[in-house]
Design a protein around this ligand. Structure first.
Ligand code: NAP
Length: 351
């Protein structure tokens, strides 16, 4: 056992406290499994960064993302779920019980593990973003939009997130330009229409962000954009061929006070690398075939955006969260390793 290991062995530990983790917590807690929920670096997950959720069943007027998460947490706590902050840095899943090493050095021991770590905002890879992220470059309009009252801002991306960011920013900014690498939006019709209809939102098609200008002292002052009539311009950039215009690339520097990324998310599975849990090329946790949340390691289950590259909705995450808790409960029953009145199997017992 590693130093700092908690001697308590949990029946179920849920890593992640977004909608998937909370839904798993409600189900596991109602099954008397007293789940531990580890809240990582983004407690509450992506919904806490969104404004109104209009498509979650049961809220005809919509519901605030933060409110939905707070209510979910209260619901899980009411049934006995135990929350603590902790980012899992390493997971030892070859022996039983599993051990999760946290960033603060603590080690959590658990019989079943539900991975609901979600996904984090993707960065574009433009020059200057490392220095200026948090200094005028942001992945969250609801967090940082109010700092850009009266500014001209860019939103990068063509999906629902980018439309949502643009609509939110249009409340504060003088102008919002959506920069999309193709000439067709990926966003749903309803979101695209709202953005298109907004008088302060305009679109720059077939364009990508190449470089961000500014400093930490003065913030973002401008951006260099490239465009190509066929779209995906950076794929066609050839630094050795000058001028770039010869490649059909048009390069332009614009004055802007803020840049918001809405280019999708990457699953948070780094701590699972090398553990035996299978990961797709995209980084998503792979579950077994069929309608299940089981993974290649018995006793490890996946829920929410971390295992779902396709649907990625709050309501589907809640659904897979509940499935993971039910799968974990059934698996624990089959192993007869639930604590309390049930028989306990020793820590090194294999499934
Ligand atoms: P997404 O649908 O994957 O869209 C990402 C967008 O970013 C795409 O337009 C993509 O371009 C672009 N992109 C990706 N990498 C890029 C790069 N390196 N440089 C420039 N552009 C890049 O992601 P999302 O918008 O975050 O949405 C994810 C899911 O959440 C979707 O299912 C969406 O419906 C849902 N969602 C719903 C709502 C809502 O209903 N209110 C709000 C937010 C999200 P391409 O189109 O060329 O690939």
């Amino acid at each position: 056992m590693s130093e700092g290991t908690n001697t308590v062995v949990r029946d179920v530990t849920i890593v992640g406290s977004g909608v998937a983790g909370l839904s798993a917590a409600v189900y596991a807690a109602r099954a008397d499994l007293e789940p531990l929920v580890l809240e990582g670096p983004e407690p509450g997950g992506q919904l806490t960064l969104t404004t109104d959720v209009e498509n979650y069943l049961g809220f005809p007027e919509g519901v605030g993302g933060m409110e939905l998460i707070q209510r979910g947490k209260e619901q899980a706590e009411r049934f006995g779920a135990d929350f603590r902050h902790g980012t899992v840095e390493d997971a030892a899943l070859e022996d039983r019980p599993f051990e999760l090493e946290l960033a603060d050095g603590d080690v959590v021991r658990t019989r079943a593990l539900i991975v609901a770590t979600g996904a984090s905002a993707r960065w574009v890879g433009a020059d200057g973003e490392d220095e200026l992220m948090g200094y005028g470059v942001s992945t969250c309009a609801t967090c940082d939009g109010a700092f850009h009252r009266g500014d001209d801002v860019l939103v990068i991306g063509g999906g629902d997130s980018a439309m949502e960011e643009a609509l939110f920013l249009a409340k504060f900014a003088d102008s919002v330009t959506v920069v999309h690498r193709r000439d067709e939006l990926r966003a749903s019709d309803i979101m695209a229409e709202r953005a298109r209809d907004h008088e302060r939102i305009s679109f720059r098609w077939n364009a990508e962000l190449l470089e961000i200008h500014g400093s930490r002292e003065e913030g973002v002052t401008g951006a260099t954009l490239v465009s190509h009539p066929d779209g995906h311009p950076t794929e066609k950039l050839d630094a050795s061929a000058a001028p770039r215009a010869a490649n059909g690339i048009v390069e332009e520097t614009v004055d802007v006070g803020g840049i918001f990324y809405g280019v999708g998310h990457v699953p948070n599975t780094e701590f699972l690398e090398g553990t035996g849990v299978e990961l797709a090329d995209s980084g998503h946790l792979e579950t077994l075939e069929g309608m299940t949340t089981e993974t290649a390691i018995e006793g490890v289950f996946g829920a929410g955006d971390v295992m779902d590259p396709d649907y990625r909705q709050a309501v589907t995450s809640a659904g897979t969260g509940s499935m993971a808790a039910l799968d974990a409960e059934a698996w624990l029953e089959s192993q007869s390793v639930r604590s309390g009145s049930r028989a306990l199997v020793g820590p090194t017992a294999q499934s």
